[in-house]
Write a protein that binds this ligand. Sequence first.
Ligand SMILES: Cc1cc2nc3c(=O)[nH]c(=O)nc-3n(C[C@H](O)[C@H](O)[C@H](O)COP(=O)(O)OP(=O)(O)OC[C@H]3O[C@@H](n4cnc5c(N)ncnc54)[C@H](O)[C@@H]3O)c2cc1C
Length: 568
Amino acid sequence: KIYENVAELAPLEYDFVIVGGGTAGLVVANRLTENAKFSVLVLEAGVNNQDVLDSTVPFLVNDLLVPNIYEWNYTTTPQSGLNGRALPYLRAHMLGGCSAHNLMFYTRGPKDDFDRYAKLTGDAGWSWNRIFPYFLKNEKWTPPTDLHDTTGQFDPSVHSTHGMNPVSLNGYAWPFGPRVIAATKELPDEFPFNLDMNSGKPLGVGWLQSTIGEGKRSSSASSYLVPFVSRKNLHVLLHAQVTRLVNASHERGKLAFGGVEFLQSAKARKEIILSAGTIGTPHILMHSGVGDGRALHALGFHSLLDLPSVGQNISDHVSVGLSWSVNSTETLESITQNATNFNEAFAHWNKTHTGPFVDLGITHVGWLRLDPNSEALHQFPDPSAGRDTAHIELIFSAGFSRRSASTPQGHFMNIGTVMVTPLSRGSITLNSSNPLDPPLINPRYLTSDFDLFVLRDALKRAQRFVTAPVWKDYILAPTVNIGNFTTDELDQFIRNNAGTISHLVGSAAMSARGARYGVVDPDLIVKGATRLSVIDASVLPIVPSAHTQSTTYIIAERGADLVKARWT
Ligand SMILES: Cc1cc2nc3c(=O)[nH]c(=O)nc-3n(C[C@H](O)[C@H](O)[C@H](O)COP(=O)(O)OP(=O)(O)OC[C@H]3O[C@@H](n4cnc5c(N)ncnc54)[C@H](O)[C@@H]3O)c2cc1C
């Protein structure tokens, strides 16, 4: 059951207390309560996601990505690599966490990334072959809402129709989509078509798959909580911001906490599971005396467990986009810039859950490697996990889906470029000893020249993509002509315009047992502690060359199995 008021819950003592009802937290809650003998309390700081229309209707998500009650409304510190700009850092403050407000891309990433996680942690359980069944457990492949023939748009042999979370191809056909495919045929050497980028070998350009089913967003809340909410052993409490872990003791030489503190405190008989996300999890650990001992002392904390890696070594994806005005009225602007069409499309969605509101108008994604002879690969160690791993992502969309005063008037196509193998690393540290103060989020974007190089190259690749003959009668002009920019001008363009696509990981990273760095062991238990684990995106030591929700679901599915195995 979902509770709005703590007074309805007593006594506050459970086998497992999960902090954070987000992407990972609700998966873990679901899997643990499959065992009727386990009692589980989920403490979620935010609000209910049900009835939040902008979360449910795929096309409306951009309206959620502004300061509001469904957001933590964080801001990064000023970023020297972005010419001193501080960026809003989006994190959902509601059930489902970021799965309830993200852009719904479903990308599993390359096999190489998982094999590297296995190597780094010394645990083959994180390798692609061993985690692949968890993808199938999580994913429920569904037909697109327009029921179009999907032959040649994905590979059914790598998908599952029996998992929990609906995934589909786009359900509305913008005329832009077939042009992208035509360009892959015209420029096959540089932009080969990839039937299914979720096979473990993502390189090439393929049709986008999204966490959307029957025209609606699928989130951990809609898939893992709502259908199971009547389980007697599952309690979810909203508006419960956990401030710290309490009742510290030592059990067989290891630190243990008896419970967590929010407005009140809740006891965990078996295990406390932190699923508060890449920002929330290290924040709670540090406020509980777990982190860099010296930094904690300086803020007046009593350090209980010296783990200097807490909040350190975070990595993220940086992106910058290009757009072109086009010779067509069948673009996203036909809706976003025309109130009559917008209302019609919305009414259509309300009635049938079909039409242009069933997705975001992003049709394809491309994954590309730097040229092996590129200067950057001579100057820097290649940060990619292997030869099937992209350094660059290109995101193709049929116009601007965001309705804002700064979007230009007219009809457009966009190619977003993303640097997906960063060398820059940043940190999350405490700003004060008050647990209600936000932490300092400093991703140190573009502080490695490698990252800048990759974005420069990515922009050039996007420009080459539009030289395919198919665009000749379609593209009118670029909105910004970077073609004549000097390298310095291009760097300034990037530093002044780049943003994040919110894939931050690494603040409570896994490392091998006995390693002198890292925060959790490969079984996700905090090093030097017992009955305390972290299950969310913060455990990833390096950001995958992919959007991060699918990996987070998989961490949660495997993490739940690891917890079950130690308590049954
Ligand atoms: C705007 C945006 C777009 C994105 N787009 C995509 C995409 O298209 N595809 C993709 O694959 N990935 C995308 N991502 C990334 C992906 O969604 C996240 O990496 C992933 O969902 C993180 O899951 P998590 O469980 O680690 O954290 P979250 O989902 O953030 O869950 C953490 C939960 O803990 C709660 N919490 C935090 N602190 C506390 C506390 N102190 N007490 C109690 N509760 C607390 C939060 O409110 C939240 O509900 C996007 C992210 C954002 C923000």
